[in-house]
Design a protein around this ligand. Sequence first.
Ligand SMILES: CCCCCCCCCCCCCCCC(=O)SCCNC(=O)CCNC(=O)[C@H](O)C(C)(C)COP(=O)(O)OP(=O)(O)OC[C@H]1O[C@@H](n2cnc3c(N)ncnc32)[C@H](O)[C@@H]1OP(=O)(O)O
Length: 262
Amino acid sequence: MTFDELLRAAHTSQDLVMPDSWSQGRATFGGLTAALIFERMQHLVAEGRAMRSMQVSFVGPVEPEVTASFEAGILREGKAVSQVQGRIVQNDEPRLMCLASFGGDRDSEVQVDALPAPEVTPVSQCQGLDYIEGVTPEFIRQIEMRWAFGNLPFSGKGGRELGGWMQFRKTPETFSDAHIIALVDAWPPAVLPYVKQRVRASSLSWALDIVHPRPVMEPGDWLLYKASIDQAGAGYGHTQAGIWTARGELVALSRQTVTVFG
Ligand SMILES: CCCCCCCCCCCCCCCC(=O)SCCNC(=O)CCNC(=O)[C@H](O)C(C)(C)COP(=O)(O)OP(=O)(O)OC[C@H]1O[C@@H](n2cnc3c(N)ncnc32)[C@H](O)[C@@H]1OP(=O)(O)O
């Protein structure tokens, strides 16, 4: 199933089955589960209130091919901001919890421009990460990544930065916030180039802000992702990342805590 087909399914039903083709080890790709719960949360919110900030806790693996319930509810609606919660339940256990703040614009004297986007090699000159059965996670069949910063996972070469260009392999119908959410989580944890052999890793928690006014993005546009490690040790890594359009406009800011089993 394509990302757009799954988004449509999330509009019509609370109960969804995540296909194997979007899996990552024992779990479903976290960018997909977060995007689908986001989609259900967003539908509860009045027009004109854009998602500003979202916090996700990956409580447990959302297993592929097993029905999961995607539940959403409003916590509070103020003059400009709607606070919304979402959760995914599978086998009567919470597997993902999400809080998001959707806010309309208000008059303000404060205006601070974003820092410039990083210098980067053009997408046409960057090496893509191909899907290799049994080697890469299944969801790499859906999302294309072209390496521009840092070393490959399991290369043992380390480095503080990781990232590059990303887009859906099948051009989507639109480029919504849900599409951004799915793309941003696709990159492997930035700590993985430190290990020399294949080890397991999982996103544990994720904070994502989308910046407004959102730059104009057309389906099929490449986005740039650059993560850096703040600190890592004892099986956990703390990373932050920026996301930009190819024109260098800031789109989103991401912070993740990841677990690494090795
Ligand atoms: C040239 C080369 C190019 C290659 C190039 C491509 C590279 C590609 C790299 C991929 C990189 C991943 C990228 C993740 C990105 C997401 O999307 S992961 C999906 C979203 N996150 C989740 O589903 C996490 C849900 N939460 C959890 O499962 C648990 O809360 C946490 C985070 C694992 C907590 O840790 P815990 O309490 O220690 O976990 P627990 O449930 O007790 O389970 C631990 C066991 O699970 C295993 N485990 C953890 N994660 C997984 C997993 N995803 N699948 C299977 N087993 C897992 C551990 O190894 C450990 O195994 P044992 O030591 O027991 O044998």
